[in-house]
Design a protein around this ligand. Structure first.
Ligand code: AMP
Ligand code: FE
Ligand code: FE
Ligand code: ZN
Length: 286
């Protein structure tokens, strides 16, 4: 197969990226990509603008990154992200589930802001909501940006620590709703989409799942593993490649570009033409 440059993981202002969908697509073309997937958190709101902006020679893939969790044998609930490519955004069950996740993101960010305000930190929900934009999904980066604007932190990354909103147990942490991973896979398949486990072993983001969980998710309809991701170390990638081979899963890659909220450029990680074709072959088969 001819070499293609496909980045299958990016975020726009529809969630916690800083490029509007059309600007992201233009940047993808400038970066020399042949394929770019828009995978905003829990929303399809950026798709129309991104698809309409695709220039000759650049394919835009409609995707979403769904907030989910797995219940591990240890009893721990581990948060995870499920990428879904080409799902029907109007399929009622998936659309309703995504709406619920977005609503829960609003109330969770409000709880974080209230806890910060109670400690005298000058941030308001109105600011955070406005920063996310009228249709934008609120995420921790928006709360982080408010802390940067208030002069408390040097950059967005500095908020992802135990002193602020860095994860369960962090001082101003609040829980958001997540879908059981197998349910999320079923919803994606039910909407004709192709589910891929995003950054499955990115330990620096928090606890990760066991191989047993990955095997169970494969049996539940998972199509692929995002092996090539900036947060994966070489040993994690090697382990995941072995798992993908054993379980018959497609190996994908993506930059997880978030504009200036993170530093990874578009095209920093890519998916092979063969893998893209293998995913495409599964699209629309509910
Ligand atoms: P949320 O989905 O609202 O819990 O927020 C998680 C998001 O925060 C991720 O999708 C990333 O965009 C962002 N994020 C996580 N860790 C960092 C970090 N160290 N620096 C900047 N952004 C981060
Ligand atoms: Fe994000
Ligand atoms: Fe993610
Ligand atoms: Zn992402």
């Amino acid at each position: 197969m001819a070499a293609v440059r496909a980045d299958l993981h990016t975020h726009s202002t529809a969630s916690d990226g800083t490029d509007a969908p059309a600007a992201l697509v233009a940047a993808a073309a400038r970066a020399g990509l042949d394929v770019v997937a828009l995978t905003d958190h829990d929303t399809a709101a950026g798709w129309d603008e991104a698809l309409a902006a695709a220039p000759e020679g650049l394919e835009v893939v409609a995707g979403v990154e769904i907030s989910a969790f797995s219940l591990e044998a240890s009893g721990a609930e581990v948060s995870l992200h499920l990428l879904a490519y080409w799902p029907d955004g109007d399929e009622p069950a998936l659309a309703a589930a995504l709406l619920r996740l977005r609503e829960s993101r609003d109330t969770r960010a409000q709880r974080m802001v209230s806890a910060l305000a109670a400690d005298g930190v000058a941030v308001t929900w109105e600011q955070v909501r406005a920063d996310a934009g009228p249709e934008g999904v609120v995420g921790r980066p928006h709360v982080a940006r408010a802390l940067v604007r208030a002069g408390l932190l040097p950059d967005v990354s500095a908020a992802f620590t135990p002193a602020w909103i860095g994860g369960r147990g962090a001082r101003y942490w609040a829980e958001k709703e997540e879908l059981p991973a197998a349910d999320a896979i079923a919803l994606v398949r039910g909407a004709g989409g192709v589910p891929v486990f995003a950054h499955p072993l990115a330990a620096r983001r928090g606890p990760t799942v066991t191989d047993t969980t990955i095997a169970a998710l494969a049996a539940a309809g998972l199509a692929g593993l995002e092996v090539d991701h900036p947060d994966h170390l070489p040993a994690e990638r090697a382990h995941l490649r072995g798992l993908a081979r054993d379980l018959g899963l497609v190996v994908t890659g993506g930059s997880d570009h978030h504009g200036t909220n993170k530093t990874t450029p578009l095209g920093a990680e890519t998916t092979s033409a063969e893998a893209l074709a293998a995913l495409r072959a599964q699209a629309g088969t509910t």
